[in-house]
Design a binder for this molecule. Structure first.
Ligand code: ADP
Length: 203
């Protein structure tokens, strides 16, 4: 079975790091909407110009804009044939419904909720501000992003639990410990141990 995975988790939960590692472990496309948007800003594209202030302030980009970017990316051949890991999308219920539509023929088969308590991610994000200087890691933007997460993204957990594809993973621990937990939860949910897609997709 090909893995089509959504990674949910608070900002600073380690989604980016673990997402990259999982994507290479399974040989699937790593699709980070935050990275796509930051690249658009860096290259001064029309999308980049629209989203820059929103991102720096810790707000959310409009569902239809992000939806069309993701739809385009999921239509590319690597994502279609080998599977993918989505990091940062969906982030709202309308986005989840959009993804249900986009992926109707080949639905998402595992949604991982990487759980790290709020106090712990706040500490991690303030450390990241010192190291990486992301404008949206300022204390005000972090506060806003976390509030938006609770308000808009946390409800997706129930949405995917209902679909029977949810796996909750404890994100507190060393990166290796957390990675091992993720792989075993993905195995339990999809039956795939590693290098899931590889050849031809079954559906
Ligand atoms: P984080 O989850 O740590 O805030 P990301 O790199 O995933 O960081 O996203 C950075 C910013 O990009 C978000 O704060 C938001 O402004 C924008 N963004 C990314 N994905 C989405 C999305 N699915 N919907 C709306 N905005 C998004």
């Amino acid at each position: 079975m090909t893995i089509r995975l959504v990674l949910l988790g608070r900002q600073g939960s380690g989604k980016g790091t673990q997402g990259a590692r999982l994507a290479s472990h399974y040989g699937i496309a790593h699709i980070s909407t935050g990275e796509m948007l930051r690249n658009a800003i860096k290259h001064g594209t029309p999308v980049g110009k629209v989203v820059k202030d929103i991102i720096d302030n810790g707000g959310l980009v409009a569902d239809d804009l992000i939806g069309s970017l993701v739809k385009g990316r999921l239509g590319e051949s690597d994502a279609r044939t080998r599977g993918y890991l989505l990091d940062g999308f969906p982030r709202t219920l309308p986005q989840a419904q959009l993804l249900d539509d986009i992926a109707r023929a080949r639905p998402v088969n595992v949604v991982v909720d990487l759980e790290v308590p709020r106090e712990m991610v706040i500490a991690r994000l303030s450390a990241r501000l010192a190291a990486e200087h992301r404008a949206d890691d300022s204390p005000e933007a972090v506060e806003r992003r976390l509030a938006l997460y609770e308000e808009q993204t946390a409800p997706l957990i129930a949405h995917y639990r209902k679909q029977g594809v949810l796996a909750v993973v404890d994100g507190v621990g060393t990166p290796d410990e957390v990675f091992a937990r993720l792989v075993s939860a993905i195995h339990a949910t999809t039956g795939v141990a590693s290098r899931g897609g590889g050849g031809q997709p079954r559906r």
